[in-house]
Design a protein around this ligand. Structure first.
Ligand code: SF4
Ligand code: SF4
Length: 155
């Protein structure tokens, strides 16, 4: 069992996902900007404003367990996660078949995936996690390099 819940099965680091960092930060910045413009005063009469305001505020805080390994994030039918669980593989990088066809398919939209898998094999998970925390502190997230549409294998 992997100790760090933010390490996904495929070899992404969930804290480098925009949903956990860039989006909440931008949402908080927009809340601040709108409050400074006194939106409570002029926005209340705009149709659907309460729903918009609730939704925007919901984006500012991300639950700590929003990650692949908890099942609270990621494609529900992801074949990589299902396969790794079935094989009782901690992380795909440690699987004898890495990089399998599913990983290669997903790597078409996540260009760091193969490189990071090799890196995990070379330096081990603990060192690799430290490197991802450093990436996060430097302001990196996967959204800056992802090729859309994201292709998550489901078979
Ligand atoms: S749901 Fe699948 S593709 Fe997404 S992070 Fe988890 S293992 Fe990777
Ligand atoms: S076969 Fe592929 S998806 Fe399954 S555990 Fe191995 S590397 Fe991961």
């Amino acid at each position: 069992m992997v100790q760090n819940m933010l390490v996904s099965y495929c070899g992404l680091y969930c804290d480098l996902c925009g949903a956990r960092n860039d989006t909440p930060e931008r949402a908080r910045a927009l809340v601040t900007t709108l409050k400074q413009s006194e939106i409570d005063h002029w926005g209340a009469d705009i149709p659907d404003f309460p729903e918009f305001w609730r939704f925007l505020n919901s984006l500012t805080e991300i639950p700590a367990d929003k990650c692949c390994r908890s099942g609270q994030c990621g494609a529900p039918n992801c074949a990589i996660r299902n396969c790794a669980k079935d094989r009782e593989v901690e992380v795909c990088a440690f699987c004898a078949d890495f990089p399998c066809d599913r990983i290669r398919v997903f790597a078409q939209s996540e260009p760091l995936l193969l490189h990071d898998g090799e890196r995990i094999r070379k330096v081990g998970l603990e060192q690799w996690v430290a490197e991802q925390i450093a990436r996060r502190e430097a302001g990196f997230d996967y959204g800056r390099v992802r090729c859309l549409p994201c292709i998550v294998p489901t078979e």
